[in-house]
Design a protein around this ligand. Structure first.
Ligand SMILES: [Zn+2]
Ligand SMILES: [Zn+2]
Ligand SMILES: [Zn+2]
Ligand SMILES: [Zn+2]
Length: 202
């Protein structure tokens, strides 16, 4: 049993090997970098396989003497062109553009080929505050200077208010009384505080 099995295997292996060798010979002139398209072009993909390995005569005639065949060498597809061979043959379709969203500085732009579509966005400006210039909330670009504080005549770089219900801002720390504390100009704006009629000179 064992030796019969081994014998069958030996026959099978040698037939397979001869198939491979003759196939290699037939394809020696063909481009080895053709990614298997040789089989497509010559129809060898349908050649008999090891199932019929015993019929050596049929297998040998199944390896034809191919005339030299042009093997397509396809370039990669791009956004504007499918895969294409120097002979003009194409395969597949062009790829889709890979658009990144438009920004304040650039329109919709394809990350593969650089094609653009439409226009750049408008900046989304936030008005200048006393502490920051006009600023785009999307891209962070700034323009100009922070807003001028009002009534600068006797401004010493600090602004104060009184208790939480106070409606006024002051330049003199003592003016608001016992709850006096320093605040920022942005708080003055957000709380809508009015200049003190006494210590804020206009
Ligand atoms: Zn071609
Ligand atoms: Zn593109
Ligand atoms: Zn912007
Ligand atoms: Zn005051």
């Amino acid at each position: 049993m064992q030796s019969r099995k081994a014998l069958r295997f030996a026959i099978f292996a040698s037939l397979t090997l001869s198939l491979i060798l003759s196939a290699c010979t037939a394809h020696d002139t063909q481009d080895k970098s053709s990614n298997g398209s040789a089989a497509d072009a010559t129809g060898h993909s349908s050649a008999p396989t090891e199932n019929k390995a015993a019929n050596t005569d049929i297998d040998n005639t199944a390896i034809p003497f191919d005339p030299p065949v042009h093997i397509h060498k396809f370039s990669a597809a791009t956004c504007t062109s499918p895969r294409i061979c120097a002979c003009g043959e194409t395969a597949g379709t062009a790829t889709d553009h890979n658009y990144a969203a438009a920004t304040c500085s650039a329109p919709k732009t394809c990350s593969f080929c650089g094609a653009t579509e439409g226009k750049a966005l408008e900046h989304s400006w936030i008005d200048a505050t006393y502490s920051a210039p006009r600023t785009c909330s999307a891209c962070g670009m700034t323009e100009g200077d922070p807003a001028d504080v009002p009534g600068k005549i006797n401004y010493h770089g600090h602004v104060y208010t009184g208790g939480s219900s106070s409606k006024k801002y002051h330049y003199e720390a003592a003016c608001p009384g016992k709850n006096s504390h320093e605040i920022t100009w942005d708080e003055v704006t957000s709380r809508g505080l009015e200049p003190c009629g006494t210590c804020v000179l206009k």
